[in-house]
Design a protein around this ligand. Structure first.
Ligand code: PAN
Ligand code: ZN
Length: 190
C-alpha cells in the first residue's frame, strides 16, 4: 500500500530532499540539436559541458500516478543558441504537464502536430500549463543563473524524443544583437 509522503525543495539550492533518479545531459548527448553544428563540434572538442540535469521522484509509470521532479538548465550557448533541454512529445500525446519556475530566467518553446507554436517566458513564480499534444523544451536565457523548474505530469505519459530529433522545433531561442534573447524561425524547418 502507498502512504502519502513529503519532500522539501530547500532554497536556494532547490535539490529535492528526496531524489530517486538524477539524470545528467551533457553536450555529447545533444548531437544534432543545436543549429550551429560547427560551434557545437568546436565546443564539444574542448569540453563536454553539462547542459541540464533532472532530479526525479520515482513512481510506477501507470495511469493514475503522477511523476514530478526538478529540471535545471545551466547557462551557456552553442553559437548564438542558448542551452536547452532536448524537448519531446509525450508518447501518449493526450497527456498534459505543469511547470513551476523556481529560479532563473528562460522560456518554454512549444509546438503541436496541428502546426501551432508558442513560446512562454519563465521567471520565478511562473506556472505554465502545457496542454495535451504540445511538445515542450525549456531554454535558459540567463548568462549566469540556472533555470530551475518543477514539473508534474501523468506517470504513464512516456517520452517521444524522435520526432523532435528528426525535425527540430520550428522556433529557436538565440542571443539578440543587443545581448538579450530573441525567438527566430528554425531555418532547418521548411
Ligand atoms: C520533464 C523533462 C525534463 C528534461 O521532466 O523530461 O525537463 O527534458 P527532456 O526530457 O526534454 O530531456 C518533462 O517534460 N517530462 O515529461
Ligand atoms: Zn514532458
Amino acid at each position: 500500500m502507498d502512504f502519502p509522503f513529503i519532500f522539501t525543495l530547500p532554497m536556494p539550492q532547490v535539490i529535492p530532499s528526496r531524489v530517486d533518479n538524477h539524470i545528467e545531459r551533457r553536450l555529447s548527448a545533444m548531437q544534432g540539436q543545436f543549429l550551429d553544428q560547427e560551434a557545437y563540434a568546436e565546443m564539444l572538442a574542448r569540453d563536454d559541458r553539462l547542459v541540464y540535469e533532472v532530479y526525479e521522484i520515482e513512481r510506477p509509470e501507470v495511469e493514475g500516478e503522477m511523476l514530478m521532479g526538478i529540471s535545471i538548465v545551466h547557462p551557456g550557448k552553442v553559437g548564438k543558441e542558448f542551452f536547452m533541454t532536448k524537448g519531446h512529445y509525450h508518447s501518449i500525446l493526450e497527456t498534459a504537464e505543469i511547470y513551476y519556475c523556481l529560479r532563473g530566467e528562460g522560456c518554454m518553446v512549444m509546438e503541436n502536430p496541428e502546426g501551432y507554436m508558442c513560446v512562454e517566458t519563465l521567471v520565478p513564480g511562473t506556472v505554465l500549463y502545457v496542454p495535451p499534444r504540445w511538445a515542450h523544451r525549456s531554454v535558459c536565457t540567463s548568462r549566469q543563473d540556472d533555470l530551475v523548474t518543477m514539473f508534474i505530469y501523468p506517470a504513464n505519459a512516456g517520452h517521444d524524443y524522435g520526432t523532435i530529433e528528426r525535425q527540430g522545433f520550428r522556433k529557436l531561442v538565440v542571443e539578440s544583437a543587443s545581448g538579450g534573447s530573441e525567438v527566430i524561425d528554425n531555418p532547418r524547418c521548411k
